[in-house]
Ligand binder design. Structure first.
Ligand SMILES: *[C@@H]1O[C@H](CO)[C@@H](O)[C@H](O)[C@H]1NC(C)=O
Ligand SMILES: *[C@@H]1O[C@H](CO)[C@@H](O)[C@H](O)[C@H]1NC(C)=O
Ligand SMILES: *[C@@H]1O[C@H](CO)[C@@H](O)[C@H](O)[C@H]1NC(C)=O
Ligand SMILES: *[C@@H]1O[C@H](CO)[C@@H](O)[C@H](O)[C@H]1NC(C)=O
Ligand SMILES: *[C@@H]1O[C@H](CO)[C@@H](O)[C@H](O)[C@H]1NC(C)=O
Length: 680
């Protein structure tokens, strides 16, 4: 016979742990705890016999003794605490509640096992160039167990008179999980295209039901400056915080992101009261397409928008004013895309990794975004295993994890300057990007002396330095992408997992960057937002800014804050300041004062929020006044805005003369407002 309080103890612990697991942080620690607590609860419930249980039937018609009724707790208290009672209803209610919590936890933890998503069919745009674009295709088939071939058909969008042109044929094999990447080449810069799929013998395929649109990047050689926006975030887990089995594919972060880009009605004077909401989105609706399913509906992709103009739509509704947000040109996803080991690691097999990618691509929330927004990906530790550091050795589980990443996300990035590596660089008009791999090459902290430690490895450092020197005086803004924060201000395990553990290499890179104008580091990983400023050794150094934004859809830690506000006196630089003092006899006296200021400092910090992303707008149309605007969105609303005017960079205007003629003519015509289709 158990102690009568045991069921309440097990029930309360079970509920607390399940709450944390389902709503706060899906920690691995809960995985063994939850079944033990649940079994403990059931066992203690059946083992606990209350004093009057056996005698109850006998006493049924007799006057009640003073004890039993008064000892039974109030049913509400019993249900809240899990106490066992003599009456059955509170006990049944408790068993139902505790079982539901236990099943919900199992659903969250084992969902990828239960739903392998083998049939997910999708396409998306990866790397975009002025004259090409990479296209990812996943198209499983039942017609042939091992092979499928898909013909890409494409044409300029809005060019009604044009017929579909044959693009490349993509080979899809079961061996490669039916996914492959191809490159569409020979395109015009800054032009909108659309594509669909056909079988090699010319029959249109049911997916995509409407053409997928994309726009090539502008020709950087035109040197006219640019005005565009891009998005950055990281870290997603579907259905977290847990909202029930029916939401298993929902990624709220992507839903909110798609919504934030939908046209909005301007507030009228006087405000319009609760008119029936117009279809909120010009963006594709969620669709789940079976491979051969014919009833997929995807509304047309939003039209790429020209240079931030505000277009009133629709014209027919004269009373309504609409504002179309400036659509981003691409999104940088900074890793923790699959959480291979949270809350459960399903092992080092190809399928254990690929099924997690399929699960994310099967999400209707994500489909709303990837079917029209090019995405470039970095991996982080949870694409492999927690706090992964490869030491350049490619030991298990890296090869299988890296292969799955390449198939679904990596191969569609820009090619790395080193074959087989995951770091890369690219440009959008006059803006340059370097995307680091901070996992494959990082040295093991426990086995190396601080001075020998490397985060990037020799080859990557070389490519990075070469890139910095090249873009230094030619690109207006330079963005450096690191999955883990560059700042050392985050404490706890960030001290080892982020650049803080690689202080020497970090200092070398910073010394380089302080000689370069307009450098921004973009990072994720911490499940918090922070803007950090780094100062160089003297007044002539350019400052460097880091913007760390995450998660897009995952936990944030409540209450515990590990970000220090600055690097303190130990890590500081000298700055001079002029002071004016009014002396009675001599009048104003100007003095210069030397002071130590911290080398790293938090400019803004927002810890709370399960859904965060940053939208970065670059405007270099006026070369003497390059501007960067940051909008950080938390839970679907703008929570922080910042505008910075950068330093003019002379070389970011390239002469027109060096241009290859057809491109040049086409661009000039377009600048004059003439559409290419009228001319070519
Ligand atoms: C599947 O496709 C491969 C390659 O095209 C071919 O060799 C094989 O015969 C096909 N199998 C079937 C059952 O059609
Ligand atoms: C992708 O398709 C190309 C061209 O058909 C083929 O050579 C390549 O092996 C395929 N790659 C994968 C990963 O399936
Ligand atoms: C990457 O940077 C190198 C310079 O280090 C440059 O030559 C190359 O064109 C860049 N690649 C892309 C795709 O922009
Ligand atoms: C960047 O250019 C400036 C001015 O030309 C130069 O002083 C500096 O050393 C360059 N930095 C790098 C890393 O190339
Ligand atoms: C460009 O910016 C400079 C500096 O703020 C300003 O003086 C100039 O008028 C601007 N030029 C244009 C065309 O707006």
């Amino acid at each position: 016979m158990g102690h009568p309080l045991l069921p309440a103890l097990f029930a309360s612990l079970l509920r607390a742990v399940a709450y944390v697991f389902l709503q706060v942080i899906p920690t691995r620690l809960a995985v063994p705890a939850l079944p033990l607590l649940y079994i403990g609860y059931l066992a203690s419930l059946s083992a606990t016999t209350l004093a009057t249980d056996e005698v109850k039937p006998v006493e049924k018609h007799k006057p009640l003794p003073p004890l039993p009724k008064s000892e039974d707790p109030n049913p509400l208290v019993a249900v809240l605490t899990g106490l066992k009672t003599r009456s059955r209803l509170p006990n049944i209610t408790n068993v139902v509640i505790n079982t539901a919590l236990f099943l919900a936890s199992i659903d969250l933890a084992l969902n990828p096992l239960v739903y392998p998503e083998n049939d997910v069919t999708f396409t998306r745009i990866g790397a975009v160039y002025p004259d090409a674009a990479k296209i990812v295709v996943r198209y499983p088939t039942t017609a042939n167990e091992t092979m499928n071939k898909v013909q890409i058909l494409y044409k300029e969008a809005l060019a009604d008179g044009f017929a579909w042109k044959d693009g490349p044929v993509v080979s899809l094999s079961q061996e490669n999980d039916w996914v492959n990447v191809t490159k569409l080449t020979g395109l015009w810069p800054n032009t909108e295209y659309e594509y669909i799929f056909a079988s090699p013998d010319g029959i249109f395929l049911p997916y995509p039901p409407k053409p997928i649109h994309f726009q090539t990047f502008p020709d950087p050689r035109l040197g006219v400056g640019s005005h565009f926006k891009f998005l950055v975030s990281s870290c997603i887990t579907p259905n977290f915080p847990y909202r029930g089995p029916h939401e298993r594919s929902t990624i709220t972060g992507f839903d909110l992101l798609a919504k934030s880009l939908a046209p909005k009605r301007l507030v009228q004077e006087p405000p319009v009261t609760e008119a029936p909401a117009p279809s909120p989105e010009n963006l594709p609706e969620p669709t789940v397409c079976e491979p051969e399913g014919a009833d997929c509906t995807v509304p047309p992709a939003p039209q790429p928008e020209n240079e931030a103009t505000v277009e009133p739509i629709p014209a027919s509704e004269a009373e309504e004013s609409w504002i179309t947000p400036m659509l981003p040109k691409f999104m940088l996803f900074l890793g923790d895309f699959i959480y291979a080991d949270v809350p459960i690691y399903f092992g080092d097999s190809d399928d254990a990794y690929t099924r997690l990618y399929r699960r994310v691509y099967a999400s209707p929330s994500f489909r709303k975004v990837y079917e029209w927004l090019p995405m470039f990906h970095v991996y982080d530790d949870h694409e492999v295993i927690n706090n992964w550091g490869g030491d350049g050795q490619d030991l298990a589980p890296y090869p299988k994890a890296s292969r799955a990443f390449s198939l679904y996300n990596g191969a569609a990035n820009y090619d790395s300057p080193s074959i087989g590596d995951h770091y890369f660089n690219f440009t959008y008009a006059d803006v340059a990007f370097f995307v680091m791999d901070t996992r494959r090459w990082r040295s093991d902290l426990d086995k190396t002396e601080p001075v020998e430690r490397t985060m990037l490895g020799e080859r990557q450092i070389e490519a990075f330095s070469e890139w910095v020197a090249k873009v230094n005086n030619t690109a207006s803004f330079k963005f450096i992408i690191s999955s883990v924060p560059f700042t050392s201000l985050w404490g706890h395990d960030a001290q080892k997992d982020s650049w803080g553990g690689y202080a020497d290499e970090k200092a070398q890179i910073l010394a380089q960057l302080h000689t370069v104008p307009n450098v921004y580091i973009l990072s994720g990983d911490r499940h918090e937002f922070a803007a950090i400023e780094f100062l160089g050794k003297d007044e002539n150094s350019y400052p460097v800014t880091e913007l760390s934004t995450s998660p897009l859809n995952m936990f944030y830690i409540p209450f515990v804050r590990t970000l220090n506000k600055d690097s303190g006196a130990e890590d500081s630089v000298v700055r001079t300041r002029t002071e004016v003092e009014l002396l009675e006899e001599e009048g104003p006296v100007v003095r210069t004062v030397e002071e130590r200021v911290p080398r790293e400092r938090v400019v803004e910090y927002i810890a709370e929020g399960n859904v965060k992303w940053s939208a970065i707008e670059v405007d270099t149309r006026n070369k003497t006044r390059p501007v960067l605007r940051l909008e950080t969105w938390i839970d679907g609303k703008v929570a922080y805005e910042q505008e910075t005017v950068g330093t003019p960079v002379k070389g970011s205007t390239t002469a027109l003369i060096s241009l290859n003629m057809p491109f040049a003519i086409k661009n000039v015509l377009e600048k004059l407002g003439l559409q290419s289709k009228q001319w070519f």
